[in-house]
Write a protein that binds this ligand. Structure first.
Ligand code: PGA
Length: 247
């Protein structure tokens, strides 16, 4: 049985005042059936983790460095996220891949570091619109999985997020058949490498909102969502959590 996971990715949004959203979320959903994770900007991790302690909301990072320490100005090691109270870290988000040139090998190295530090790696894959139009979606996803997911991955330490690049922040989503096709493919690809592949959670991400969450959560091999824009407000994210709890 895979426990459902609702993960929020705040990206570069939020200041101390935004912590009120977490309070509101925890108040509205004190005992969700699903796991709930918020990945705020690094500046908020420690304080959010402190305030969320003992409650239903887990806290994660949005990136980490592959090394444990050293001369890497501006970077954050996985162990530092853990020390700040994070339980998870998003890795290989398409915005990191695009803005910072992260390769599959980079994402794999970061994932190894995260797992080694005791974090759960939320590893993102997804095709661009041009790749989908070319009919290359499954090929691209297969290559990203092979390159980005480390051999150390297990159901306990790794979550995979399928995020079509063209659906992120655009209000556009794939059809449910397209989501099912990719999620079924990811499950089958993982099964070739990992004995407990059946237990690895697969999240869908890209323009998930209260109005489309229920149908996405009813789709084959969708175990939850990675939510950007709609995770910033407790009311919207709470509605997504409620839809996941009901799925
Ligand atoms: P979105 O972002 O929900 O705003 O489309 C999802 C993501 O990038 O994780």
């Amino acid at each position: 049985m895979r426990r459902k996971l609702a993960a929020g990715n705040w990206k570069m949004n939020g200041t101390g005042a935004s912590l009120a959203e977490i309070e509101a979320l925890a108040e509205a959903h004190p005992t969700p059936r699903s796991e709930v994770l918020i990945c705020p900007p690094a500046t908020l991790i420690a304080q959010m983790a402190w305030e969320a302690k003992g409650g239903p909301v887990m806290v994660g990072g949005q990136d980490c460095h592959a090394k444990a320490s050293g001369a890497h100005t501006g970077d954050i090691a996985a162990g530092m996220l853990k020390d700040a109270g994070a339980s998870h870290v998003i890795l290989g988000h398409s915005e990191r891949r695009a803005d910072h040139g992260e390769t599959d090998a980079d994402v794999r190295a970061k994932s190894e570091a995260a797992i080694g530090a005791g974090l759960i790696a939320v590893i993102c894959v997804g095709e661009t619109e041009a790749q989908r139009d070319e009919g290359d979606t499954l090929k691209v996803i297969g290559t990203q999985l092979a390159g980005s997911v480390p051999d150390a991955a297990t159901a306990a330490n790794t979550v995979i997020a399928y995020e079509p690049v063209w659906a992120i922040g655009t209000g556009r989503t794939p059809t449910l058949d397209q989501i099912a096709e990719v999620h079924d493919f990811i499950r089958a690809e993982l099964a070739k490498r990992f004995a407990d592949a059946d237990g690895i959670r697969l999240l869908y991400g890209g323009s998930v909102k209260p109005s489309n969450a229920a149908e996405i959560f009813a789709t084959s091999n969708v175990d939850g969502a990675l939510v950007g824009g709609a995770s910033l407000k407790a009311a919207d994210f709470g509605a997504i959590i409620a839809a996941l709890d009901a799925a």
